[in-house]
Ligand binder design. Structure first.
Ligand SMILES: [Fe+2]
Ligand SMILES: [Fe+2]
Length: 199
């Protein structure tokens, strides 16, 4: 059977729907990362201990969003379908799945560092800030890799039937907390971060 061409799948509604949902989820995640950055800046400038409830709530949101919601759908549906059609994305998928597998441990380390920063010591605050900034940069790079490598290869290689399965998975179990990100039950944290002046 002839491989599907870019033109074939560009006309596929399931592909457009799945890619749009993935982009929306990444946008919600990026908004949460941006909120962390905005709240961190004044704490660093003023040498204040970071607000434990505020950072803890956003980190818990990220944990639920990524490990229980977004990453399993990527691993089990999008990545699996791409692997079944081509080996062109194998190296990127290996890196991305390693990030998924180690995400919970990295967040746990961040929670612990946040707790230590409550001591008010400059060294503990610097440790938390450094870890948080590395985490944010890592997650942004992760999403870039998905957009720049995986999704374009998926668009070229997945069949309409593949996209229907991927779309179904991403449309399933949508939760307002995650599906709308900034408008979900922790939305007030993101709105406040947006209203804060640029650091
Ligand atoms: Fe991912
Ligand atoms: Fe993703």
């Amino acid at each position: 059977m002839e491989a599907p061409t870019r033109r074939d799948t560009d006309d596929c509604p399931a592909m457009r729907s799945a890619v749009s949902i993935i982009r929306g989820e990444h946008l919600a995640f990026a908004t949460a990362l941006h909120a962390l950055e905005r709240y961190l800046a004044p704490a660093i400038e003023q040498g204040l201990k970071p607000n434990h409830d505020l950072f803890g709530t956003i980190l818990a949101y990220i944990e639920r969003f990524t490990d229980r919601f977004h990453h399993p759908k990527e691993d089990e549906h999008l990545f699996r379908s791409v692997r079944a059609r081509t080996d062109r994305a194998d190296a990127a998928l290996l890196d991305l799945q390693h990030d998924h597998a180690t995400g919970a441990a990295r967040l746990q380390t961040l929670h612990e560092s946040l707790r230590r920063a409550q001591s008010g010591s400059g060294a503990d605050l610097a440790d938390f800030a450094g870890r948080l900034r590395r985490y944010i940069a890592g997650q942004e790079a992760h999403m870039r890799k998905e957009h720049e490598i995986v999704i374009p290869i998926a668009r070229e290689t997945l069949t309409p039937g593949d996209w229907e399965m991927v779309d179904l998975a991403f449309r399933d179990n949508r939760d307002p907390l995650f599906g709308t990100g900034p408008d979900g039950s922790v939305g007030y944290l993101f709105r406040r971060a947006r209203e804060a002046p640029d650091p």
